[in-house]
Design a protein around this ligand. Structure first.
Ligand SMILES: *[C@@H]1O[C@H](CO)[C@@H](O)[C@H](O)[C@H]1NC(C)=O
Ligand SMILES: *[C@@H]1O[C@H](CO)[C@@H](O)[C@H](O)[C@H]1NC(C)=O
Ligand SMILES: *[C@@H]1O[C@H](CO)[C@@H](O)[C@H](O)[C@H]1NC(C)=O
Ligand SMILES: *[C@@H]1O[C@H](CO)[C@@H](O)[C@H](O)[C@H]1NC(C)=O
Ligand SMILES: *[C@@H]1O[C@H](CO)[C@@H](O)[C@H](O)[C@H]1NC(C)=O
Ligand SMILES: *[C@@H]1O[C@H](CO)[C@@H](O)[C@H](O)[C@H]1NC(C)=O
Ligand SMILES: *[C@@H]1O[C@H](CO)[C@@H](O)[C@H](O)[C@H]1NC(C)=O
Ligand SMILES: *[C@@H]1O[C@H](CO)[C@@H](O)[C@H](O)[C@H]1NC(C)=O
Ligand SMILES: *[C@@H]1O[C@H](CO)[C@@H](O)[C@H](O)[C@H]1NC(C)=O
Length: 624
C-alpha cells in the first residue's frame, strides 16, 4: 500500500498507484513489437535534443516522413518541396505524408512554437519572438520534462505502457503540431480538433505515435492540433512565493495553445470558430477544468468538448496539502542555500536533478484551484449552470482499472485504501461493495478482476456518468459512450482487457497494423468518424441519443449494423427506437461489434449508487 497517501489525490487524473508489484513477464507494448512498423512513418526523434528548432535557411530539403510520394507533392511551398504556412511569428516549413486510400495528403507542421521556449522555469508562458528565418517544422519537439514516480518497477511499467518509445525531454518544449489536409478548405474553414494528452499531469507528450493526427485529418477532413504543455513541478509548481494565479502553468500553456489556434489556424485552412477540445485522462481533466472555468456568458475559444476517461468534477479523495512537496524538493536540493529563496534556488537547479528527486521521492504536484484556470468546486459550479454552455461528449472504457491494479490480490485490503475517504462506515461499505462485485460472476474470476472492476467504476465510470448527467441536467447537449473492445495488438501487457487509454489508437487511427483484425479496423474507422462528426457539428452530436433526453431516438441494434445517412440501421435494415442513450463501442455481449450499440445507462451503472456518498462528500454536492 506504499504510495497510497501521496498519490491518491491525483488518482482521478491517471493513477500510478497499485503498481508496486513488478509485472513478472516481458511484454510487447503497442509500438515495441519487433515487427512493428508505423504505417506511415514519422520523423526520427533520436537526434532532436532541443536544437531541432533553430530557424532553417529555407533552402534545404525537408525530411520526408514516410512515403516517397510525400516529397514533391502538389503542395510544394518552398524550394525543398514541402508546404509552408505563415503564422504570426514567421514562416513555417512543414512536410507532407500520404496515407493509403486517403483522398488528401496531409500537411504536417510539427514543433510549431506557440510560446517562448524554453519558458522561464516556474513562470507563465510568454509570447514567442518573431522569427526572421523560416521555422523548420518537420519533426516533433522534445517532451516537456516528464515524471515517472518510483518504485522502480512502477516506473518501468508506466514507461513501457505510456512512454514508448521514450522521446527526448527538455524544458524547451512549448511547441504544438498541426495536421491539415492539403486540399483547399471550404470558405468557412475546416473543423479543428485540439488534443490534450493524459499522464496524471506528471508526464505525456504530443510527440507520441499514438497521437499522430495524420490519419484523423486525412480520413475525416478535419484539422488536428496536438500540443505540449508542462507537467509535474515544471507545470504545477506549488511554491508559496508564486502568485495565486501562477501555479497552474500547464493549464496556462494549454490556454496559450488554444489562443494560438484562434490567431493562426485559418492559415492552415481551419476555422477558429469550429474548435473542439478533446482530451484523455489528465487531458480530459484539463478539458473539464476549461469547461467549468469559463462562465455561462463567456465565449470560450472552442465550441465542443470530448472527455475520454477523465473529468474534474467528481474525485475519490481530497487533495493533499500543496506546499509539502515543494518544501521537500527544496530540502532535497539544499535550497535555499546561497540563494535568496527556494524559488530562485530551484530556478537555478539542474533540471535532471529536479526530475530525479521528484521521481525517487514520489513528490506529486497537483494543480491548485485559482478560480481562473481551475475553480474550487467544479461539480457545484456545473450544477449552478455557470459554466461554458457548449455540447459535450464523454465516456470511459469498460475495464479502465486493470492497468492500475496489476498484481493486486487482497480485495479487502485494496478497498480499504481506495474507499478510505468515507470516514464513518468504511467497514460496512467495503462489505457492501464486495458483495456487489461477487467473485465467480459477471466475468469476475479472480480478486484482481474484482478489484479492477471496482476501480473502473469508482474512479472512472460512475464519475463520468455523474458528469454527463449533471451536464445534461443544466441543458447542455451531452453524449456518453462506453468503449468495450480489446485486441491482441493493443495489449501493452497480458490480459489488460479494455484498459485505460486503450481507445486512443482507435480514435486516432494509429492502431498498429500487425495482427490487426477486421473488427479493429472497422471499429477504429467508425470511432474516428463519430469523433469527427461531433467536431463538425457538436450540437448534432456523434450520432446517437443525447443523455437524458427522455425522447425516443434512432438506435443501432446489432453490431454489424451501419450508419446510413446519419441513421443507424440494424443488420436486417430495421431502424429501432428507444430512449436509450449510452453508446457502446465494440463488443455487445457475445457479438464482436465494429460500430456503436446504444443501450440504457443503468445496464452498466447499476452499482454507481454505492459510491454516491463518497462523491457527494468530496464534491460538496450533497443534497443538490
Ligand atoms: C529540419 O529538421 C530536420 C529534423 O530535425 C533536419 O533533418 C533538417 O536538416 C532541418 N532542416 C533545416 C533547414 O534546418
Ligand atoms: C512580429 O511580427 C508581426 C507581424 O507578423 C508584427 O505585427 C509584430 O509587431 C512583430 N513583433 C515584434 C516583437 O517584432
Ligand atoms: C525553503 O525550503 C526549506 C527546506 O529546505 C523549508 O524548510 C523552508 O520552509 C522553505 N522556505 C519557504 C519560505 O518556504
Ligand atoms: C545536470 O545533471 C546531469 C546529470 O547529472 C548532467 O549530465 C548535466 O550535465 C547537468 N547539466 C548542467 C547544465 O549542469
Ligand atoms: C475561489 O472561489 C471560492 C468560492 O468563491 C473561494 O472560496 C476561494 O477562496 C477562491 N480561491 C481563490 C484562490 O481565489
Ligand atoms: C487481506 O488484507 C486484510 C486487511 O489488510 C488482512 O487482514 C488479511 O489477512 C489479508 N488477507 C490475505 C489473504 O492476505
Ligand atoms: C443518471 O441519470 C439517470 C436518469 O435520471 C439515473 O437513472 C442514473 O442513476 C444517473 N446516474 C448516475 C451515475 O448518477
Ligand atoms: C430486425 O431486427 C430487429 C432487432 O434485431 C428485430 O426486432 C426485428 O423484428 C427484425 N425485423 C425483421 C423484419 O426481421
Ligand atoms: C463488453 O464485452 C464483453 C466481452 O465481449 C461482453 O461480455 C459484455 O457483455 C460487453 N458489455 C456490454 C455492456 O455489452
Amino acid at each position: 500500500m506504499a504510495g497510497f497517501k501521496t498519490t491518491l489525490a491525483s488518482v482521478s487524473l491517471l493513477v500510478t498507484l497499485g503498481l508496486a508489484h513488478a509485472p513478472a513477464e516481458h511484454w510487447n507494448g503497442p509500438h515495441t513489437g519487433p515487427d512493428f512498423r508505423h504505417p506511415y512513418g514519422r520523423p526520427e526523434l533520436s537526434t532532436a535534443t532541443g536544437a531541432a528548432f533553430t530557424s532553417g535557411s529555407g533552402s534545404d530539403s525537408p525530411v520526408a516522413t514516410g512515403t516517397a510520394s510525400s516529397v514533391g507533392s502538389a503542395a510544394c511551398g518552398y524550394p525543398g518541396g514541402g508546404p509552408t504556412a505563415t503564422i504570426d511569428v514567421g514562416v513555417l516549413h512543414g512536410t507532407t505524408t500520404s496515407l493509403p486510400a486517403a483522398t488528401a495528403s496531409i500537411n504536417q507542421f510539427l514543433g510549431v512554437p506557440f510560446a517562448k521556449s524554453p519558458p522561464t522555469r516556474f513562470g507563465p508562458p510568454e509570447s514567442p519572438q518573431n522569427f526572421s528565418q523560416p521555422i523548420n517544422a518537420t519533426s516533433w519537439s522534445p517532451a516537456c520534462i516528464q515524471q515517472f514516480v518510483y518504485p522502480e518497477a512502477a516506473q518501468l511499467f508506466v514507461n513501457s505502457v505510456f512512454n514508448n518509445p521514450a522521446p527526448p525531454e527538455s524544458e524547451d518544449c512549448l511547441y504544438l503540431n498541426v495536421y491539415a489536409p492539403s486540399t483547399p478548405a471550404p470558405a468557412d474553414g475546416r473543423a479543428v480538433m485540439f488534443f490534450l494528452y493524459g499522464g496524471s499531469l506528471q508526464f505525456g507528450t504530443a510527440g507520441q505515435i499514438t497521437y499522430d493526427g495524420s490519419a484523423f485529418a486525412s480520413y475525416e477532413d478535419v484539422i488536428v492540433v496536438t500540443t505540449n504543455y508542462r507537467t509535474n513541478v515544471f507545470g504545477f509548481p506549488t511554491s508559496p512565493e508564486l502568485p495565486d494565479t501562477g501555479h497552474n502553468l500547464g493549464f496556462l500553456d494549454q490556454r496559450f495553445a488554444l489562443d494560438w489556434v484562434q490567431r493562426n489556424i485559418a492559415q492552415f485552412g481551419g476555422s477558429p470558430k469550429k474548435v473542439t477540445v478533446f482530451g484523455e485522462s489528465a487531458g480530459a481533466f484539463s478539458t473539464d477544468a476549461l469547461l467549468t472555468s469559463y462562465p455561462r456568458n463567456s465565449t470560450p475559444p472552442f465550441r465542443g468538448a470530448i472527455l475520454e476517461s477523465g473529468q474534474y468534477s467528481y474525485r475519490p479523495s481530497r487533495s493533499t496539502l500543496p506546499a509539502e512537496p515543494w518544501e521537500q524538493l527544496s530540502a532535497a536540493l539544499g535550497c535555499p542555500g546561497n540563494y535568496g529563496s527556494n524559488l530562485t534556488c530551484l530556478r537555478a537547479a539542474n533540471a535532471s536533478a529536479i526530475k530525479d528527486t521528484i521521481e525517487k521521492q514520489i513528490l506529486v504536484f497537483n494543480p491548485i484551484p485559482d478560480n481562473v484556470t481551475l475553480v474550487s468546486s467544479p461539480a457545484r459550479r456545473r450544477l449552478s449552470g455557470d459554466i461554458a454552455r457548449i455540447p459535450v461528449m464523454g465516456g470511459t472504457n469498460s475495464q479502465e482499472g486493470r492497468i492500475f491494479t496489476v498484481g493486486q490480490t487482497n480485495t479487502t485490503a485494496y478497498l480499504t485504501g481506495l474507499l478510505g475517504a468515507n470516514p464513518s462506515n468504511l467497514g460496512e461499505m467495503i462489505a457492501t461493495v464486495e458483495a456487489a462485485y461477487p467473485l465467480g460472476q459477471n466475468g469476475l474470476e479472480t480478486p484482481y478482476d474484482q478489484i479492477a472492476q471496482v476501480f473502473t467504476e469508482f474512479i472512472f465510470q460512475c464519475p463520468q456518468a455523474k458528469w454527463a448527467n449533471d451536464s445534461a441536467s443544466i441543458g447542455i447537449p451531452t453524449w456518453r459512450y462506453y468503449f468495450n473492445a480489446s485486441f491482441t495488438n493493443t495489449q501493452a501487457y497480458p490480459n489488460l482487457g479494455v484498459y485505460h487509454a486503450s481507445e486512443l489508437p482507435m480514435v486516432f487511427g494509429t492502431r498498429q497494423e500487425v495482427l490487426r483484425t477486421t473488427q479493429e479496423y472497422a471499429l477504429s474507422n467508425a470511432m474516428m468518424s463519430a469523433w469527427a462528426t461531433f467536431a463538425k457539428n457538436p450540437s448534432r452530436g456523434p450520432g446517437w441519443n443525447p443523455v437524458s433526453t427522455g425522447q425516443p431516438g434512432t438506435v443501432l441494434v446489432g453490431a454489424t449494423a451501419q450508419e446510413i445517412g446519419g441513421q443507424y440501421t440494424g443488420p436486417n435494415g430495421s431502424v429501432l427506437h428507444g430512449s436509450w442513450d449510452l453508446g457502446v463501442w465494440g463488443n455487445r455481449g457475445n457479438v464482436l461489434g465494429s460500430g456503436v450499440t446504444v443501450i440504457p445507462e443503468w445496464e452498466v451503472d447499476y452499482r454507481c449508487e454505492l459510491f454516491e456518498p463518497i462523491y457527494e462528500l468530496i464534491s460538496g454536492t450533497a443534497g443538490s
